[in-house]
Design a protein around this ligand. Structure first.
Ligand code: DOR
Length: 428
């Protein structure tokens, strides 16, 4: 039940209105009613937010919820429980399920299931090609009509340039975002970054140029197609530079980065721990620095998790055979603070812009703002809270994180979705 809530005395940061000051926020009927000192008055619940940040609900536009088909890894229920615990009021979920989200029926399934069990908003991303096989276009129009907010074959890039251009032209007609997992398969196929560490470990490599070559090709194709083009999980310095240059030339290109590519390097794979195996792979310190610089100068628009839960037994396999991916929803906020805010590369408003306002804009969904009248999706952050990552206590079904045991500063204290408090740290 949505109540009236008064959030009092917090540092309100709303990049959509350029607000950064101590104010009150009043919520009624599931919407933001008022913001400012005028927000005083009676409410069903008053949340004292002194010393806290009050921000538009965080939005993670790159999440794997695994349902339908891989409910042993995650469900819409468990994944969104993890999301609200991480401060996210909305997630966009990728289509590499079984069956894949490649027709309107699957998009409808996700939306219906989310309505029943989700703790936050769920925005499905439809596949670009049937079975995500990169050959035939999927039912893009029907999926958009059913509610797909973007299109992507994430997990793989579309290798065939002709198919890719056709898909881009089609997606452009609907004005949706075209999200590419940039990896040219003929140049890739290994299990970790190609380089001296892979050679020393005797593991096959995934070179950065596989990412760069597809991103470069795509930027050319996207300009021809007139589509809004988004590079998923950027991992290499050259890709950052490519996006920077494309933006300077006026291309309609955006990009995102994950916490692990801002904090870890290929050397973490030295003990063959599969919690360091993800796609794209961890790269070099120079790549980490370049990704951080890309966020700092706005080349990289969004901060995402690529939350990719897998079962314990799958991740227990050897480095060659274990699946790619790590969970991220419950650690992202603290990790982005560690990587970007603590070293002074960006301030809080820039962090919130990249974790909420920009994703809402790119997906064309509600949220990302505390403007009166908009849905009351609000995250309250305690910027000083020190806490220890404990994989065993996560709400996600996945425990596959390389950050287990890390001490982080800053966490979500409450997550409000549509005027309803869906998470409080005190209940954790
Ligand atoms: O590490 C990854 N895991 N990268 C991807 O692109 C896919 C994801 C998954 O679905 O597990």
């Amino acid at each position: 039940m949505s109540q009236s809530i008064l959030i009092r005395g917090g540092r309100v940061i709303d990049p959509s209105q350029e607000i950064d000051e101590v104010l009150d926020v009043r919520i009624t009927g599931g919407a933001i009613a008022a913001i400012g000192k005028a927000a005083q008055g009676d409410a069903d619940e008053t949340i004292e937010a002194g010393g806290r940040l009050v921000v538009p609900g965080l939005i993670d536009m790159h999440v794997h919820l695994r349902e339908p088909g891989f409910e042993d890894k995650e469900t819409i229920e468990s994944g969104t429980a993890a999301a609200v615990a991480g401060g996210f009021s909305a997630v966009a979920c990728m289509p590499n399920t079984e069956p894949p989200l490649h027709s309107d029926a699957q998009i409808e399934f996700v939306l219906r299931q989310a309505e029943r069990v989700a703790h936050c908003r769920v925005y499905p991303i439809g596949a670009i090609t049937k079975d995500r096989a990169g050959r035939e276009l999927a039912e893009i129009g029907l999926m958009v009509r059913a509610g797909a907010v973007a299109l992507s074959d994430d997990g793989a890039g579309i290798a065939d340039a002709g198919v890719c251009l056709r898909a881009m032209r089609y997606v452009a007609q609907f004005g949706r975002l075209f999200v590419q997992h940039c990896e040219e398969p003929s140049l890739s196929g290994g299990v970790m970054n190609a380089g001296v560490t892979a050679t020393r470990l005797g593991l096959p490599g995934m070179p950065a140029i596989a990412e760069v070559v597809m991103a470069q090709r795509d930027i050319t194709l996207a300009r021809a197609a007139g589509v809004r083009y988004h590079v998923a999980h950027v991992s290499s310095a050259q890709t950052v530079e490519l996006v920077r240059r494309a933006k300077a030339e006026g291309a309609n290109v955006t990009a995102e980065v994950c916490p692990h590519h801002l904090l870890l390097t290929e050397e973490c794979c030295a003990a063959y721990d599969t919690n360091y195996k993800m796609s794209p792979p961890l790269r070099t310190q120079a790549d980490v620095e370049a990704c951080r610089a890309g966020v700092a100068d706005g080349t990289i628009d969004c901060l995402v998790t690529d939350h990719a839960p897998h079962t314990h037994s799958e991740k227990e396999l050897g480095f060659l055979d274990a699946p790619f991916g790590i969970v991220g929803l419950e650690t992202a906020l603290g990790l982005f603070i560690r990587a970007l805010v603590e070293p002074g590369l960006i301030g809080w408003p820039e962090l919130i812009r990249a974790m909420s306002t920009r994703p809402a804009q790119l997906l064309g969904v509600a949220g990302g703002t505390l403007r009166p009248g908009s849905p009351a999706d609000v995250t309250i952050i305690d910027p000083e809270a020190e806490w220890r990552v404990d994989a065993e206590r996560m709400r996600s079904r996945g425990r596959n994180t390389p950050f287990d045991g890390w001490t982080l500063r800053g966490r979500a204290e409450a997550t409000i979705v549509g005027g309803v408090v869906r998470y409080r740290a005190t209940e954790a």
